[in-house]
Design a binder for this molecule. Structure first.
Ligand code: SAH
Length: 370
């Protein structure tokens, strides 16, 4: 919601000062989906607002609900025609996490990720970023009411859907758009705004020089996740070009500084790619890397299943099913368990993360601009 425009409209209509707070509370906290629903405003003001300002800075073009109803993905059309995606995931009943984007596309070019393959278009504004959370809070009930589904979600997502967590793990690299990401975090954590606790928000990064320092400076309580995926520089650089600017040693130095300031747990994300980074040597490399940290107990490894993207998905042509082969294949569950156990035996905190929303292309790394 564009607060400046709202203030201007209220001023032009000679409204008392307290109106702004009333509207912000109704939208950000009560989750009304239209200004017409704000019953403590005079009727004519509700109508003026309804005509002159929109709650959201985009329109939902497509909304998909996964078969087992634990994730919903929305394709959002921004005012300039660019498109982004956002996902709402329920890792357990009654708990909802909003996964939001901070850029249109992504310049990082990680080879296994769908977001980068569409190229980078532009940074999102703080409003476009925070509005994605607002979208899930305010629009889920009407969206689901219209969806052709008998989803049990319908009952759960009454007005003001309760979102427990927010993760900056959609499209884009947060530390390459820090100004706007920071402003969006202010809106999300402002007690008068959406009032989320910092500890319920996580920012994920490939590692950008100086990035973590900005997080500790501006939001020391917000969780940090690192997309590590490889504990060997050669491999990491091959699949993640960002490693050229911040290699494993430099990443470690930045993390050590982060720990000194925040003393908070950091999540290392590790996608398991069959025969690429899941061998015993890879396990040993990862253990060695983690053990080289002074505060290794603050590192927690999340093992992630690789979600097929791009030409690794099944395609059909002339009614023939063609499965293009691609260098990335997910490791088997057995291998994932072996990997986890090896880490645990070496006293490294580690969990295998459940992957949600793959059937609607809404899982990690599958978000794109179409
Ligand atoms: N640019 C930031 C924020 C995006 S988070 C970052 O990379 O951390 C998206 C997460 O999904 C990252 O951890 C990314 O590495 C992971 N990811 C990308 N492609 C994936 C895929 N195909 N399967 C599983 N995870 C993937």
């Amino acid at each position: 919601m564009n607060i400046e425009l709202l203030e201007q409209i209220l001023k032009e209509n000679n409204q008392p000062k307290f109106r702004l707070g009333q509207i912000i509370k109704a939208v950000y906290q009560d989750g009304v989906s239209s200004f017409l629903e704000i019953s403590n405003l005079p009727k004519d003001l509700r109508e003026i607002l309804n005509k002159e300002i929109k709650i959201l800075s985009f329109e939902a073009e497509k909304v998909l609900v996964s078969e087992n109803k634990d994730s919903i993905k929305a394709l959002l059309k921004l005012e300039d025609g660019n498109k982004i995606e956002t996902v709402l995931i329920s890792p357990k009943p009654g708990v909802w996490s909003a996964c939001i984007s901070c850029q249109v596309g992504c310049p990082m070019n990680c080879e296994f990720c769908a977001t980068g393959s569409g190229g980078f278009k532009r940074n999102l504004t703080a409003e476009e970023i925070s509005d994605q959370v607002l979208f899930w809070k305010t629009q889920t009930p009407p969206v689901l009411a219209n969806a052709k589904t008998t989803s049990p979600l319908k009952g759960e997502v009454g007005r003001g859907l309760k979102i427990s967590n927010i993760v900056y793990m959609g499209m884009g690299e947060p530390f390459l758009n820090w100004e706007e990401v920071r402003e969006s975090l202010k809106i999300l954590t402002d007690p008068k705004g959406m009032n989320f606790g910092s500890r319920s928000i996580s920012v994920s990064t490939v590692g950008i020089p100086g990035g973590m320092e900005k997080l500790t400076r501006d939001f020391p309580q917000i969780n940090l996740a690192i997309s590590l995926h490889f504990a060997d520089d050669k491999k990491r650089e091959k699949f993640m070009p960002a490693n050229k600017n911040l290699n494993l040693e430099k990443l470690k130095n930045e993390l050590e500084k982060y720990f000194e300031k925040s003393n908070r747990k950091v999540f290392l994300e590790y996608i398991l790619f069959s025969k690429i980074n899941d061998s015993e040597k890879d396990m040993r490399d990862l253990i060695k890397y983690i053990k080289s940290f002074r505060k290794q107990h603050l590192l927690h490894v999340n093992l992630i299943k690789y979600n097929p993207v791009g030409n690794n998905q099944e395609t059909r042509s002339n009614n023939q099913k063609i499965t293009k082969t691609n260098k990335f294949i997910s490791s088997s569950s057995e291998q994932a368990i072996k990997f986890r156990n090896y880490l645990l035996q070496n006293k490294i905190n580690c969990t295998i993360r459940k992957s949600l929303g793959t059937d609607i292309q809404g899982a990690c790394g599958q978000l794109a601009q179409h």
